[in-house]
Design a protein around this ligand. Sequence first.
Ligand code: G6P
Length: 508
Amino acid sequence: MPTMPLNSDQLPAGRILVVSNRGPHDFVWRDEQWTATRAAGGLVSMIEPLARRPDVSWYCCVSEPPDAVEARDSIYTLATDQIDPELGVVPIPVPARVYRQYYGVISNEVLWMLQHHLVGQFGYQYLDERRHRAWFEGYLEANRRIADAIIVAHEPIRALLIQDYHLYPLPQLLRPHFPRTPILHFTHIPFPDPPTLRLIPRAWRQVILEGLLGADVVGMQTQSDVRNFRLACEEFLGAVVDGARSNVLAADGRWVRVRVFPASTDPAALQEIMQSAEVREAAARLRRDASVMTVVRVDRVDPSKNQIIGFMAYERLLELRPELVGRVQFRAFLIPSRTDMSVYREYHEAVNGVIDRINQRFGRNDTTGRAAVEVFYTNNREQALAALADCDILLANSREDGMNLVVKEWAVVSQRPGVVIVSETAGVAAETGNDALLISPLDVEGTARAMAAALDMPNAERAVRLQRIRSGVLDWTAERWLSAQLTELLPGENMVSSGTDRRRIAIE
Ligand code: G6P
C-alpha cells in the first residue's frame, strides 16, 4: 500500500481528530526524579506519526487540579506539560477528582484488569461503592467532558480516530453532533469474550458496546478480539451481526464495520536509531563476556506483563540446568508505570521480592560480577534496544497483551540471532506463530523448558525463525496500520505522516 506525505495545500478541508487519554508526554522516573518527557506505551508511539501532519489535531486528557502542586504528587500531566511544537496537541482539562476516578479507578483498576483476565490478586477483585461511584462521577463524566470539548471546538472535522478503553462511550456521545463525520474507535488491548464481560454489571457493558457502536469502524488488534466484540453485541444487545462481512447493526440502523488492524512498529526508524551514538554507548556498557548468554525482557511494571511468572520460570531453568548458573544472565528493563495505584505498587514489590530471592539463591557471576537477574529501572530506549539486539532470548510472557510491540522491535533489531518466547495470549502470537516458542502464560515449568530449548537451539535454526518473523514485521509496519484505518474510514485517501521521531521505540 503506497503512502505519501501530503503538503498542506493538497489536504482536503477539515481536520482529522485523534482522541486519546494519554497525550505525547508523561512523567518518567529518571536520574532519581520525575521528569516530563515523551510517554512510553504503544499508543503514543503509534499515534505520533499521524499527529505530525498539519491537518491533524491530537485531543488528549489532562488532569487539572486547582493546585498544580497536587498534580506533581499524582504524576498526572497538566495542559502545559502536553504542548509540543511538532504536534497539534489539544489538551482537554478534566478536574483532578474526575480524572482519578476515570483513569485510575475505572480504566486501570477495572477495565485494564478485566480485559487482560487479571481477576483476583494484582487485578480486579470486586466492585464496591467507590468503583460504582467512579463509573458515574469519573468514567462517564470524563467522557462527557471530552465530548463537549470536541463539540464546542467548532473545527471542521473530516474524521475522528478515537483510541482505547478509556473512551468507549465517546463515539456514541459524539454521533448525534457529527451525524455524517466518519468515526473510528481502535482498542489497543484485548477485547474480552462474553463470559468475561459478565464480570461487570449489565449496565456497564451496555454502555461499552453501545458506545463503540456509535463509530462507523470498530478497530481491534486480532481476529479473536473482533469475534469477541461481535459475539458480545449479539448476546448482550441482541444486535444483528453479519458475520461474513463482519458488520454489526447499530440501534439507529447503521452498519458498523468491525475490522482488524494489528499494531506494528516503524522498522526504518528503528534501523536509524540503531546507528545512533546512544545505542553504541549503551551496547558498550552492556557488553557481556562472550561465554555468557542473556535473557531479556522490556516492559512496563504491570501485572498484565506477568513478570513474576517470567522470573519464576528463569529460577526453575537454573534448577533444571545447574550448569547454566553463571553462564546465563537475565536482564530486565522494567519501566515503572501507574505508580499512583496501590495495586501497581504492591505488584512492583512482589516483582522485587522474586528478583531478590533469585539473586540470593544464585548469586553473582564470579568473572563478570553481574547478578543472576540484573534490573534496569529506567525508561532508556536506546539501552533497551541495544540489549534486544544482542540477546539470546526475548521473554514476552504477558498474561495477555493486545499486541506486544517489543517483540516486533526485537525482530527488527536482533543481531545475535535471538529466540523469542511469546505467550499464546499475546496478540503478536497470531503473527509469529511457531517461529516463536509459544508458551501458556501461567505455565512456569513450560516457560523454563522453552528457555532451555531456546538456549540449546543452533544458530542456523534461530536465524531462520527470526528471519520469518522479521519479514512479517517489515511487511506490515506502523505506517500501514495507520493507512489501513484511514483508508477504511476515508476511502480514496491514503496518507500518513511526514517523518517519524527517530528516537522513539514503543513500550506497551
Ligand atoms: C497500553 C494502552 C495505552 C496506554 C499505554 C500506557 O499501550 O493500550 O492506552 O496509554 O498502555 O499506559 P498509561 O496508563 O501509562 O497510559
